[in-house]
Design a protein around this ligand. Structure first.
Ligand code: ISE
Length: 332
């Protein structure tokens, strides 16, 4: 039985805590930690776990074999590095880090240790619908992929949400999915800001149209809309030389906030991707990061390189080149 500790027990971390607590003989949630101690206590009580006195105490706890990091985005790298230093496998929520140099620290630590410890929570790789797309593309059924069309809409985001987060926290999923589906790296990025809703705050350009260019010449377009209003909606289509394969379109002719609840749109990603999260955690607990389609630290790093280039494109208004460099042997 694997002993698990969780750092960060907010929306995502508490969902994972309940998931791990329900794994029966395979895993035990030993302890949790959150900077909001009250939150940690309520999740711990709910799941029969202890509350660790600090994040470092949790990482060093001899009963804990592996750590799940679901704390706020800017703290992921520091906890991942502490887990690597303690020699413990770690699954971190996405993104691995919000800056490229911080992700490079993780690559360096794993390369120095001579093994991988990190799994990045790109759970869409475990989603059955994305899995069908991947299998179809890999089988060559739609021929050579030419264009990947993506839609990523949230019902709403907090008032404090800024455009940079749309790129580093939201579009990061499509960046990973595009690299994974195409089995390729991104070499340039661009974005456009369409006319936006009057209610949108000044720091959030919403929606955004993002374009990625893959090394092979395939293109990816992503419409991302953080305040779509009607629900959570994620779609993807891969157009190839022989046809296309698609997921998530739903086939509705008209969708508004009024019609969406009856049309079965999920409220958020926890609902839409529940099976993916279940499979991701189950796979991690059984393999501790050693199995496909797990996203490695390299995948986390590469996604952040692309997201950071998008942040540059936002500032310059121009297409920006991307270079992830050579993939180290550890990640081949
Ligand atoms: C959120 O942080 C997630 O991780 C979800 O998967 C994503 O769909 C959503 O847009 C993000 O804000």
């Amino acid at each position: 039985m694997v002993g698990i500790g969780i750092i960060g027990t907010g929306k995502q971390g508490s969902d994972h805590a309940r998931r791990i607590a329900s794994l029966g003989e395979r895993a035990r949630l030993v302890a949790v930690h959150d900077r909001d101690r009250g939150l940690a206590i309520s999740v711990a009580e709910d799941c029969g776990a202890r509350v660790a006195s600090s994040d470092q105490a949790l990482i060093e706890d001899p009963e804990i074999d592996a750590v799940l990091v679901a704390s706020s985005t800017e703290t992921h790298v520091q906890f991942v590095l502490a887990c690597i230093a303690a020699g413990k496998p770690v699954l971190t929520e996405k993104p691995l880090g919000i800056t490229v140099p911080s992700c490079e620290l993780v690559l360096d630590a794993e390369i120095d240790a001579g093994r991988r410890f990190t799994t990045v929570g790109f759970m869409r790789r475990y989603d059955p619908e994305y899995g069908r797309l991947k299998a179809t593309v890999d089988a060559g059924t739609v021929g050579e992929p030419l264009v990947v069309h993506c839609i990523h809409r949230n019902a709403s985001v907090p008032q404090t949400f800024a455009t940079r987060q749309t790129l580093t926290d939201t579009v990061i999923h499509e960046i990973d999915i595009a690299r994974w589906l195409l089995d390729d790296e991104i070499v340039s990025v661009a974005l456009e800001k369409p006319r936006h809703r009057p209610s949108v705050t000044r720091q959030l350009a919403d929606p955004l149209l993002v374009r990625l260019e893959a090394k092979s010449g395939s293109r990816v377009d992503i419409e991302v809309f953080a305040n779509a209003g009607y629900g959570y909606d994620v779609r993807c289509e891969v157009l190839g030389t022989k046809g296309y394969v698609a997921m998530g379109a739903g086939g509705h002719e008209l969708v508004t906030a009024e019609t969406a609840p009856e049309q079965g749109f999920p409220r958020d990603w926890l609902e839409r991707f529940r099976p993916a999260y279940d499979a991701e955690i189950s796979n991690w607990v059984d393999s501790l990061g050693d199995q496909r389609p797990t996203a490695s630290a390299w995948d986390g790093y590469a996604a952040t390189v692309v997201a950071e280039a998008l942040v540059r494109a936002l500032q310059t208004g121009h297409r920006e080149a991307v270079s992830v460099g050579a993939r180290p042997d550890l990640y081949r």
